[in-house]
Design a protein around this ligand. Structure first.
Ligand code: ZN
Length: 291
């Protein structure tokens, strides 16, 4: 995919289109709420929450904007430790020594994977993110949308997709390709926001992760399982973590002050313990392809 020039991106029309449910294809839905002009609906067929209508040129916008290139310029020791800890989860799956990250953003995880000896691959469309990956010495960069990426069956031991799937027009198409790209016995590790989280229930439409120009699909533990089962995964583990009371408008820089809630004084203790429930705002899913 070629990158859009600044002239072209300013000329992209803000046209919106109605879409059927990206998970089950149904056109029946109920409206949940509208935020900054974006209507959030729940599919009556499969319960998926998604933005409808959405921007017609959503994927084109993601090549130069969105949160695709967000992330830290430098990592703290704690962040490095967390990445090392996560990388250790992939070690038990290393046979071909090939690891793919779809939407790696600044590329910290992938560059540390490379340091650990992995043959590290990236699928990325965001122009700033691609520059960042190149600076970190990642050579295997495939520039295409997550949905369009296809490769030979069984090419990777492990695939990581971190905070990407909520941006996609067709997560099911991506996941079909991911299932094929994993070798039998390989691991998919996926992260996305949890629409059924305590912080979303408390904040309603002001929830920090609701941003209809960017996050167009809002999974919960039920709908993410449906997606993964529909493409062939059978061994799934869904966990949640973190409790975040921040609120936000459409633009990432425009936070709204945190509204007092009776749980506010307990937020630190909730943040530390919510991982024992299914109500954290971040979902992390491990899915293993049957051998
Ligand atoms: Zn549906």
């Amino acid at each position: 995919m070629r990158h859009l020039s600044s002239l072209e991106k300013n000329q992209l029309p803000l046209e919106i289109i109605q879409t059927p449910c990206p998970l089950c294809g149904s056109s029946d839905y109920k409206i949940l709420f509208e935020k900054e002009g974006f209507r959030h609906v729940r599919c009556l067929g499969c319960e998926l929450v998604y933005v409808n209508p959405r921007l017609k040129f959503h994927t084109d916008f993601q090549t130069f904007s969105g949160t695709g290139s967000m992330g830290e310029e430098r990592l703290s020791n704690a962040q490095i430790w967390r990445i090392c800890k996560e990388l250790s989860k992939f070690d038990g799956y290393r046979e071909l020594n090939r690891l793919l990250e779809i939407g790696p953003g600044k590329g910290w995880f992938l560059s540390m994977a490379k340091l650990m000896g992995w043959d590290a691959w990236a699928v990325e469309i965001n122009a700033d993110a691609i520059e960042s990956l190149k600076k970190k010495g990642i050579k295997n960069i495939i520039t295409c949308s997550a949905e369009d990426y296809q490769t030979d069956s069984g090419s990777f031991d492990a695939i990581r997709i971190w905070d990407v799937i909520e941006h996609l027009e067709s997560p099911k198409r991506m996941m079909e390709n991911v299932f094929k790209a994993l070798r039998p016995g390989g691991l998919l590790r996926l992260s996305t926001t949890n629409f059924n989280s305590l912080s979303r229930v408390i904040n309603g439409p002001d929830w920090v992760y609701l941003n209809g120009a960017d996050h167009i699909i809002l999974f919960d533990s039920v709908t993410i399982r449906k997606l993964l089962l529909s493409v062939g995964f059978r061994r799934l583990c869904v966990r949640t973590r973190s409790f975040n009371l921040r609120r936000k408008l459409y633009h990432p820089e425009r936070d709204i002050n945190v509204r007092f809630h009776p749980l506010t004084p307990l937020r630190k203790i909730i943040d530390e313990t919510i991982k024992f429930s299914s109500f954290g705002h971040q979902m992390i899913i491990d899915a293993v392809k049957d051998a």
